[in-house]
Design a protein around this ligand. Sequence first.
Ligand code: AMP
Length: 418
Amino acid sequence: MKVLVIGTGAREHALCRSLSQDPAVSELHCAPGNAGIARVAALHPVDQLDGAAVTALARELGADLVVVGPEAPLVAGVAEPLRAAGIPVFGPGKEAAQLEGSKAFAKDVMAAAGVPTARSYVCTTPEEAAAALDAFGAPYVVKDDGLAAGKGVVVTEDRAAALEHAAACERVVIEEYLDGPEVSLFAITDGTTVLPLVPAQDFKRALDGDRGPNTGGMGAYSPLPWAPEGLVAEVLESVLQPTVDELHHRGTPFSGLLYAGLALTSRGTRVIEFNARFGDPETQVVLARLRTPLAGVLLAAADGTLGELEPLRWSEEAAVTVVMASEGYPASPRTGDPIEGLDAAEADGASVLHAGTRSGPAGEVLTAGGRVLSVTAVGADLAEARAKAYAGVAEISFKGAQHRTDIAAAAAAGQQLP
Ligand code: AMP
């Protein structure tokens, strides 16, 4: 099978690494990719938002499957021309991708499907926003309606700050605050059949102790020893299947990866958000535990034959990933610095997945984005996986590098609900 992966981040590197280990994959390509992906796939400098260019590349390569990693090309409608050309594509069409592209759309689908989520108002004026904030009280949750790379959400006790964020966005969703630990649960679907993956937890805030601004994600781990038994079955029944069924019913079936961001609140499980693609950095730990070869699963979702697949097989091992970010991330990341110690980290047993990197003129690896690397390791339990991931981080250096030191710490120490 010839596979083309679209995207540039550590999620795409994790996808490419798993695909490169699948004996069914004869050729692996990525557009545009990064310096790490270049080690396992042939790179092509194509604009990932340009559906015609991506389709032309897939045709030229004779791709049997195109896997679209990030949300932006999905929301821009890159899947449509590929499907029209008869090329199997893993990822939803533009309409179904609105589940991520518009928080207001997602709320509407959830209401129609009876999926439990935070009560909310969609607001377009400062007066509406103020009324919504006062209806729920503090802590205030204000979300940009459109795509914002995980950074469009403000959760604050400060009413003025909440109003300021609302004013900076064209359209906002203001919703009730959900307490309780968060879980990311991914499911692969062909629009009818839904196959949940193993749950993971990510760390959205920039600093230790969940302080600092929201980011794209600073680390993740799986499994969740503290999660209630039966969680996956419950979420499949109350969230994932009804959502997929609702989109099918609307005539815009969702195929690809449905990501449910959940809060386990005192009043039950609630959806915080949906994403229309693999989450980053949770993908790095979820795929590290998947034993079933990946390409056939993604192709079955693209082909509509997921119902015929054997149950997925998983490793009992634990996986932890720690994101190394550049100085100034998330506000104003510094780029262009050489990265040292990549091989040493891998020799120590960590798997270094590249996010924002590029190759320099002399073949050196340079920082090229906010999140630079995702250092991943597996171990017999979370404590071992964590120790190996942090040993890998300790080997790597670049100017101004920053990372959280508490990824998976509470869960590895056996705490019930981090
Ligand atoms: P989102 O982009 O919707 O996932 O939001 C980013 C982060 O903001 C989430 O992972 C939560 O930590 C937080 N958040 C979002 N919505 C809520 C909510 N209703 N209550 C509490 N925290 C929230």
